[in-house]
Design a protein around this ligand. Structure first.
Ligand code: ADP
Length: 491
């Protein structure tokens, strides 16, 4: 870490972080935002669980720093806390080692086991900072898995130097809240009975909610886009916490995610058949499209234009609007279209896409798996990219798609609304095709409009491709907004 005094010391606490362990956008943010903050002069430590599923090559980078015993649960049982440390590009990563909690799952198991695991993790994260005598200005916690940090900070750690640190809790996805029976959480968290009331933990007569409590206790709340910040204060998007969020809204801000433009750089991307920039995108994209088709066994065509390729890279869950895609799939397949789907999740969608692959052999590929390299090749090889989400806190795939010169087709919700400007044929401006109401007909209309431009006015389409590649989707502006918020808290 640099010797210059940092403008702000920040500890990140979260359950996943690329490249060690990633299941979705949270992993990307935990990787990219610390790097962007370092460029703004911050000093950043990231605290993570040392899951068994972290690959050996990363474990080999870590060194043992120390260990101690920590009490947890209502009975005050003691548990081992080991600290393994790695440094990468100026960011220090501290992994909490405890095989009892972190030897299972990928990295998540089931809520019943995950509740004790993340009670332990949240408390241990503070204990580790204490042990290291590294007292941050802000402890930046992410999602429900780290939501107990603000509570431990103000209760069990009230009497140590950490008490001067402020806490920030970021909502990456409000759908997952860490809800379980009150006795289960009371037992494992070991937190005082007084907190298990409606304003803090209590969800209903039987259940307690970790995210709800974290939001009540955090000094600041953020979420990952301005639109989502507004949406979650309404019953439609609030996942039963809308009233709670309206109450705490004075401390909440929406700051849109970016992407790491070094990691997502089509001109240096070694995974691509033909790396490219905005200058040579048109020829090179064609090469990537052909390579993608070849890899996936899709029909390849001559050099004369041909079919549009629609890409979709996603967790296959209801959130992602896949029932809309399912409903219109036969209508999309009009003889001039190919579709590539990469994802895993709900068997209902996995099976639907497998069925279409079989039905439209050679024009549809359903790659039911998690595959980072293929994701890169789809962003580069597809012409357009589908993100028709039911709700989308921010969404990263549309940002990556734009960065790679691929035109997004998105629903106007959450961060999708904030980052994709609808194409306007009058002014020839915009980044993609959008629709508002959650309806298959409107998605189909947006896809049709995209095809109309792709097949009907390639010059304008190509101009949009170049415009998207030059759009600022980096973390820089958002990292500055986080830093401003940290400095306000520090005062
Ligand atoms: P969410 O966090 O809701 O899953 P985001 O759009 O915020 O959605 O982030 C998704 C991230 O996960 C992106 O980096 C995307 O490329 C990646 N991703 C999703 N599914 C897969 C998959 N099957 N294989 C590889 N990468 C995937």
């Amino acid at each position: 870490m640099s010797k210059k005094k940092a403008v702000c010391k920040v500890a990140f606490v979260g359950s996943e972080c690329y490249p060690f362990v990633k299941t979705g956008g949270l992993g990307d943010v935990m990787y990219a935002l610390p790097r962007a903050l370092i460029r703004e002069g911050c000093s950043v430590r990231v605290i993570l669980p040392l899951y068994r599923c972290i690959p050996e090559k990363f474990r080999n980078m870590m060194k043992y720093i120390g260990s101690f015993m920590m009490d947890l649960t209502m009975e005050g049982r003691t548990f081992y806390v080991g600290i393994m440390e790695a440094e990468m590009d100026g960011v220090t990563y501290d992994f909490i080692d405890n095989r009892e909690f972190f030897d299972w799952g990928n990295p998540y198991t089931g809520l019943w086991e995950d509740i004790p695991k993340y009670c332990y993790f949240s408390k241990a994260a503070l204990a580790v900072l204490n042990y290291l005598k590294w007292y941050p200005d802000v402890i930046h916690c992410h999602d429900w898995q780290a939501a107990l940090v603000p509570l431990y900070l103000r209760t069990k750690f009230w009497n140590c130097p950490l008490k001067d640190s402020k806490s920030m809790l970021t909502i990456h996805n409000l759908r997952f809240q860490g809800i379980c029976s009150i006795p289960h959480l009371k037992y494992w968290s070991g937190l005082p009975d007084g907190l298990f009331d409606y304003p803090v933990f209590k969800q209903n007569e039987e259940e307690a909610n970790m995210f709800k409590a974290g939001l009540a206790y955090a000094d600041a709340i953020t979420t990952v886009s301005a639109t989502y910040a507004k949406e979650i204060q309404t019953p439609e998007f609030g996942e039963h916490l809308d009233a709670h969020l309206r109450y705490h809204a004075v401390r909440m801000r929406g700051i849109v995610n970016g992407i790491d433009t070094d990691l997502w750089d089509s001109s240096k991307d070694k995974l691509l058949a033909a790396p490219y920039d905005a200058g040579n995108v048109l020829e090179r994209k064609w090469d990537n499209k052909q390579a993608l088709r070849e890899q996936l066994g899709l029909n390849r065509e001559g050099e004369d234009g041909g079919k549009i390729v629609l890409g979709l890279v996603s967790r296959l869950t209801d959130q992602k609007g896949l029932d809309l895609v399912d409903a219109i799939f036969p209508k999309i397949m009009d003889g001039r279209t190919q579709v590539v789907v990469l994802g895993t999740g709900d068997p209902r969608y996995e099976n639907a896409f497998r069925y279409y692959e079989d039905k439209y052999k050679g024009d549809v590929c359903a790659y039911i798996s998690y595959n980072e390299a293929l994701a890169h090749r789809i962003y580069a090889g597809a012409d357009a990219f589908l993100v028709p989400s039911l709700f989308e806190p921010c969404g990263l795939t549309q940002l990556i798609a734009m960065r790679y010169g691929t035109v997004p087709i998105v629903r106007e919700t959450g961060g999708l609304k904030d980052t994709v400007l609808p194409y306007d044929p009058e002014t020839n401006e915009g980044n993609g095709f959008t629709f508002d109401r959650y309806s298959p007909d409107l998605l189909l209309e947006a896809v049709e409009k995209a095809k109309e431009l792709f097949f009907g006015d390639r010059q304008r389409w190509d101009a949009m491709v170049r415009r998207n590649m030059e759009k600022d989707v980096s973390w820089e502006q958002s990292a500055k907004q986080y830093l401003d918020f940290y400095l306000e808290l520090k005062k």
